[in-house]
Design a protein around this ligand. Sequence first.
Ligand code: CTP
Ligand code: 5RP
Length: 434
Amino acid sequence: MLKRRFIFHMPLDPGCLLERDAERSADRLGCAAVDFPVAVVLPAGGSGERMGLATPKQFCTILNRPLISFTIQAFERLSWIGTVVVVVAKENHDLMLNIVQKCNHTKAKVVHGGTSRHRSIFSGLQAFSSTTDSLTPKPKVVIIHDAVRPFVEEDLLLKITLAAKEQGASGAIRPLVSTVIATTSEGYLDHSLERAKYRASEMPQGFLYDIIFQAYQRCSEFDFEFGTECLHLALQYCGTNAKLIEGPPTLWKVTYKRDLAAAEAIIKETLSMSACIIAGAEAEAVELAKALQKNLNMMETDVIQCAKESNTEYLSKTRNFIHISTTASNFLGTLDMAKRFEDTDHARLYPVVVVWVQLNMTKQSVDSQKTDELTAFRSLASEVIQGNVLLYGIQIDHTKVPEQWERSVERLTQITVALIRDRNAALTGQLLHA
Ligand SMILES: Nc1ccn([C@@H]2O[C@H](COP(=O)(O)OP(=O)(O)OP(=O)(O)O)[C@@H](O)[C@H]2O)c(=O)n1
Ligand SMILES: O=C(CO)[C@H](O)[C@H](O)COP(=O)(O)O
């Protein structure tokens, strides 16, 4: 393991945005403002017909993790939110329990859904009405959110929750993308709505638990079968007018195949916002680290010289590491790092990328040496990937010719960015050349 190092740390980490930092800010606001019990119902009992895949969309994986786990995590990370009831079809019960266990979703409780979304939601709400289950005490406010909307921002959840407490019901809205028209039974235009007057109803929605539970108890079979709007049930059956709050564009519902690709792109982009460059004490490694940091200007950067005792702090701040070394055997330090990620659970939810940069100071090593190095590197990569650490290698030859050096550093930057952005498991264990 490296003894002394310079750490060039880029502080705005996506994992942080998705988890810790956002958690802290929302928690600061949330804990002060939410002094009543809040629970969540995530309907996840659908089959995803419009997606057209054999696997229901909520169980499709992004970066090796089912979509639904991202949604659960968005709620679970907030300390002011209690139980998260996940409603799944009976045949997916065991699958869901496995996900809960593997992703360590400590707040999740799994119940069975129904044949329509409204039936599933009602089933989720009923989990709180049992007087015997102390694990799911009845909340003051319940948030209902589709399991297939993985990006929920904390400040919106707070606004929805507080408005629900005040008004009885609240929901997120977005401007309409397209104009809504009514058609005749023959397929002609009947009339068109004035787009500016209407809004798309999105999720999350929040309710006083007693109101939405009563609305579901009173609603008709027709509502259960064909209804698509919980806010409407609260209005029609309990006379509660929902407060509407405009939310961000990321609230959209994963519905079609292309939405999965979009969700993956958003997660990858968020994860690529910061990195930590670790250089050994050698002057050339430090010089390369600085040049690389300058080139990586699309990431938030900060130069920190870190002593060993603050390692744990920097390890938890980002999920991308660029480890510059002038000695071939030094990639073994990565194993130490991977072990620490395992101990701290840092790679459980999002894969951690380690780009090992070998700065060649002398002439190329002989072929047999290179083969041995590559074999060792590959076996290390296949070991650490078990712990969700993606290890890549890039070699760069040191030269005193400025133009040549600049070109190599530029290539190194581009490869590094591509590896971090793409997080491609198939490329781990490769030793590329800049
Ligand atoms: N019987 C049902 C049907 C839907 N849902 C859930 O309601 C949410 C929003 O519904 P939708 O996007 O329509 O999901 P699907 O019904 O699965 O999709 P499709 O309409 O394409 O079949 C999803 O999280 C879905 O799993 C549910 O819990 N129970
Ligand atoms: O955005 C919503 C408003 O409550 C719902 O998610 C939407 O209406 C669900 O409908 P469907 O299951 O048919 O997509």
